[in-house]
Design a protein around this ligand. Structure first.
Ligand code: TNX
Length: 493
């Protein structure tokens, strides 16, 4: 158990934090930033100098190589750094004395996670000078996949808004942004082989608003903005259901050959592809191949949820075909939990969301080589209302107050899973009722910080009382960034 003094309000709480007797590091005028001279260390150093400089209010010198005299923040790659056992790619160690802050990590991603911790550690002293208390932190993630699924279809979210989401994700050490890019109401990603998808279905959204879509350049911008934060984008094309936007653009995908009407409601489960039409397989090949070519990350999400109009063999054909196309394009697949009923290749990721179903099939899939991504609707669906008085949001999975999003144990959700089969935890926010950035952040914050801690911190470091104290310290940062957030009555803000 890590007992964190009140003044150290880290979220997520680190694996190990020792408060050292000794004066704080006070950011002085001669402070220099020192990195190793590999390209990764230099680019991290540039980012760190910028971030630290903004916070202290004057530019910081970046030096490569030797430390020299005076106050230093040093970043270095070191294969041994960080706690043993933690997910290796993102662990780090952070040591603070009055003259030196040192961050070491085995990878550039780990250095960035350490820098993120350093930013949360800084507090203004009585004289207004930024200070960091003397500490030794060893930290690393519990799970390799710590995600957020974002529905940019029901209401379209601009590139700038998605960037703001990525920034907040980085602040809480989340590392996967899953973009739900297609659904009944719209098609939000331009694909070169199928231009009508966005020409005819890019506009429009729930309630009849304008909608919109990402061009290939927009998408590349988001991928790069995410990559700078060591966040991977996992794009989803939802099929064979939730597909009306495609049927509206390409009539050849319907049995009559007639395009369907645009849809602006919020019902689910009424549209599906037809496995008997020759156009269907061509369509799947085109869209997943294009998407793979635009996506540097190793995963494509193939959807698979809420298909009410197909038999099991037809549904299985879609899952089989989408896996084959993704593999041919060099990608692994993720699908919503319903894919568990279809034959899966080893390495497929099953995203668990509806906690009302029997859990045995997930155990069977894991025994056969699948891994589980946990998005239990009743805990991490951040489009659920906080309570009956919440203006926005849905209620089908219940109300989710901050404590509900925090106080659950991933390993207890699905009894009997083989060890190591949980790949990670992913929050989700669906946008049927969410239109603006304020709407969105008002639902995400503070609950996203809670889910991030569930996904990052070791089970024995977490406790609600500690979290409710530490999360209160985040509100000033959200205010400073101009972000809306929900004043949960469970926290003394
Ligand atoms: C279920 S979760 C859906 C979405 C809705 C969401 C609303 C899932 C895989 N499908 O289509 O937007 O509920 O909470």
């Amino acid at each position: 158990m890590v007992t964190v003094p009140d003044s150290i309000a880290l979220v997520p709480v680190p694996s190990s934090l020792v408060r050292v007797d000794g004066p704080a590091f006070r950011f002085g005028p001669g402070l220099r930033l020192v990195t190793g001279d590999t390209p990764e260390e230099i680019s991290l150093g540039v980012l760190a100098a910028d971030l630290v400089g903004r916070r202290v209010g004057h530019p910081i010198d970046l030096v490569m190589g030797a430390d020299g005299e005076g106050q230093v923040i040093a970043f270095a790659l070191d294969p041994q750094a960080g706690p043993a056992g933690a997910e290796a790619a993102e662990r780090y160690a952070l040591t603070v004395t009055d003259v030196r802050i040192e961050i070491t990590a085995p990878t550039p991603a780990g250095l960035l996670r350490g820098l993120t911790t350093l930013r949360q550690l800084g507090v203004r002293g009585a004289d207004g000078v930024l200070e960091v208390p003397a500490v030794v932190i060893e930290d690393g993630p519990r799970y390799a996949w710590r995600g957020l699924s974002l529905d940019v279809v029901r209401h379209f979210l601009s590139v700038d808004l998605v960037k703001a989401v990525l920034s907040v994700m980085g602040d809480y050490k989340l590392n996967v942004l899953h973009l739900h890019l297609t659904d009944d109401q719209g098609w939000r990603i331009a694909l070169p082989s199928r231009p009508l998808l966005t020409e005819l279905s890019g506009q429009g959204e729930v309630g009849g608003g304008a909608g919109g879509f990402y061009t290939a350049e927009d998408y590349a911008t988001l991928v790069a903005y995410a990559a700078a934060r060591h966040i991977t984008i996992v794009p989803e094309i939802d099929m064979p259901g939730h597909i009306n936007a495609a049927l509206h653009a390409y009539g050849e995908l319907t049995p009559t050959g007639e395009a369907t009407s645009a849809y602006t409601g919020i019902e689910v489960g009424f549209s599906q592809l037809d496995p008997d039409l020759p156009a269907t397989a061509r369509f799947l090949t085109d869209v997943f191949t294009d998407l793979a070519a635009m996506t540097p990350g190793e995963y494509l999400h193939i959807g698979g949820d809420e298909v009410f109009g197909l038999g099991a063999p037809e549904y299985a054909w879609f899952v089989r075909t989408a896996q084959d196309i993704a593999h041919a394009a060099g990608k692994k697949v993720v699908g919503w939990q319903e894919i568990v009923g279809a034959p899966l290749d080893p390495g497929a990721v099953v995203q668990y969301w509806d906690t009302r179903v029997a859990t045995e099939p997930f155990v069977a899939a894991a025994l056969a080589g699948a891994t589980l991504l946990l998005s239990p609707g009743s805990k991490v669906y951040l489009d659920m209302k906080y309570d009956a008085a919440t203006e926005l949001g849905l209620e089908w999975a219940g109300h989710i107050e901050l404590r509900d999003a925090y106080e659950w144990e991933p390993e207890d959700l699905i009894p009997g899973l083989p060890a190591g089969s949980i790949l990670g935890v992913e929050a989700a926010v669906w946008t049927e009722t969410i239109t603006t950035g304020d709407d969105l952040f008002g639902m995400l914050l503070p609950r996203l910080a809670a889910v991030a801690e569930v996904a990052w911190s070791p089970a024995d470091s977490r406790d609600w009382e500690g979290f409710r104290t530490r999360v209160a310290g985040q509100a000033a940062l959200w205010d400073h960034a101009g972000l809306a957030w929900y004043r949960s009555p469970q926290v003394d803000w």
